[in-house]
Design a protein around this ligand. Structure first.
Ligand code: DLL
Length: 420
């Protein structure tokens, strides 16, 4: 399950071999990549070292949209055993396809993710990522089965029934978005069950940004180890990188399958390890939809391998380049506001951020939910004070009634920038 490479030198030699294959495959079989490379004056033959990749053009989400549905495919549709599609909030969805070999690699990588998070063969795994076109449900499912877990394909929603399944089938592992984990905590408590007393020991959470404070909240409420899983449909789905139980705080990138880069989000210039910027991935073995230098929009940082595996680490996602809010000249990520709310004792971890503009003035409104024993006036003043002191921002803080903000089965939508 775990990669066989013992040293960085060995890994990089294999990466170069696979990279040459991947770029040549994309160039030969996907008209999109051939046109893009020809226009940039590069051919697969120009790749003699890993750093030569920087000469190749980027791929973006908009390329998937513009080449909808099959323009990014490098194999005929009949060679694919499955297709997934992104939700496509604006216009056409993003379609991705998988050959059987692609699914096999995906299963192996997910099995690895579960293994390094602390899962093992024979564990009952409650999978509450959405099944269907979203890659979360089926992605985790295949890998969990490959590891030898007993999967409960709960999908999202029907929360009361999920509570019952958790109590009766006694899963050791749970996979879902961090926001849905909070929904499950509330539902367990409503049913008179202490979430700390369930059989759960490990949570594998991702698909949306979540702060360290949110992690602490989940770990406290469930008495589990909550670990971060990262991925995106265009690159594969979940399982591109995983936080290991023995190396918390960053995620190991499965570098035998994906070559990561960090680039300056404004200029696209590659940045050295240790510097923060936008994550870019090139697939090394994908057959159906190879990606060359895919701009994720996700902000992170690469760092040296830790603890025996030769793969580099990436920081937990700080935000997306297009998620950053600029409010009266102050740059802030929603995650920073979340940190402040979740660590406030009088509040529940549910919130909503609204940004509007009146004339030339940006207005920030943060709606929080009262927790137990919340004195609304005191809490409002405390949050507003910390927002000002920590980020220099004046915000209208609204303390809504407990349970009044909408809950989500999957990815939570919490930020509403009405200026866009
Ligand atoms: O969300 C795949 C996935 C499913 C990952 C289940 C993890 C678990 P998409 O729907 O294509 O795929 O959304 C990808 O979600 O570019 C990030 O912005 C965000 N994202 C995914 N994982 C994390 C994470 C799936 N661990 C987009 N932390 C990505 C922060 C994440 N953001």
């Amino acid at each position: 399950m775990l990669p066989a490479f013992s040293s960085r030198v060995e890994l990089e030699a294999e990466q170069l071999r696979r990279l040459k294959w991947s770029v040549a495959h994309a160039y030969k079989n996907a008209p999109y990549y051939r046109a893009k490379c020809d226009a940039a004056g590069v051919t697969p033959g120009d790749l003699t070292s890993l750093s030569d990749l920087a000469r190749f053009p980027f791929t973006r989400k908009s390329d998937f949209r513009e080449n909808y549905p099959f323009g990014m495919f490098a194999v005929p549709q009949e060679a694919c055993v499955r297709m997934h599609a992104s939700s496509g909030t604006s216009g056409k969805p993003t379609i991705v396809g998988y050959t059987q070999a692609d699914i096999d690699v995906w299963n192996t990588l997910i099995a690895r993710c579960i293994l390094v998070a602390g899962g093992r063969k024979g564990d009952v795994l409650h999978n509450a990522y959405g099944y269907g076109l979203f890659t979360g449900g089926l992605g985790l499912h295949g890998g969990a089965q490959a590891l030898g877990c007993t999967v409960v394909p709960a999908s999202g929603g029907q929360t009361e029934r999920q509570v019952q399944l958790i109590c009766d089938l006694k899963p050791r592992i749970i996979c879902c978005t961090p926001s849905y984990m909070l929904v499950l905590a509330e539902a367990l408590e409503r049913a008179g069950i202490d979430p700390r007393k369930t059989s759960l020991e490990v949570g594998i959470h991702g698909a949306e940004p979540w702060s360290e404070e949110m992690r602490r909240e989940i770990e406290k409420r469930f008495a589990i180890a909550a670990l971060d899983i990262y991925g995106l449909s265009e690159v594969m789905g979940p399982g591109v990188a995983q936080e290991r139980a023995d190396a918390r705080g960053a995620l190991t990138v499965w570098e035998d399958a994906f070559l990561p880069e960090i680039v300056d989000p404004d200029t696209g210039t590659p940045l050295p390890d240790g510097e923060a910027g936008e994550l870019v991935f090139t697939s090394l073995s994908k057959e159906a939809v190879p990606v060359i230098r895919y701009r994720t929009g996700d902000l992170s940082r690469l760092s040296a391998p830790v603890g025996g595996l030769p793969m580099r680490q990436m920081d937990r996602i700080a935000g997306r380049s297009d998620d950053m809010l600029i409010i009266r000249g102050v740059n802030i990520f929603p995650r920073q506001i979340e940190e402040l709310i979740v660590s406030e004792p009088g509040l529940s971890p549910h919130y909503r951020i609204d940004v509007t503009r009146e004339g030339v003035m940006d207005l920030l409104k943060v709606t929080c939910e009262a927790g137990v024993n919340c004195d609304a006036a005191v809490t409002r003043a405390a949050v507003a004070g910390r927002m000002k002191a920590r980020y220099g921002l004046t915000a209208e803080i609204v303390i809504a009634e407990a349970g009044s903000l909408p809950r989500s089965d999957g990815k939570a939508k919490r930020v509403f920038d009405h200026r866009r």
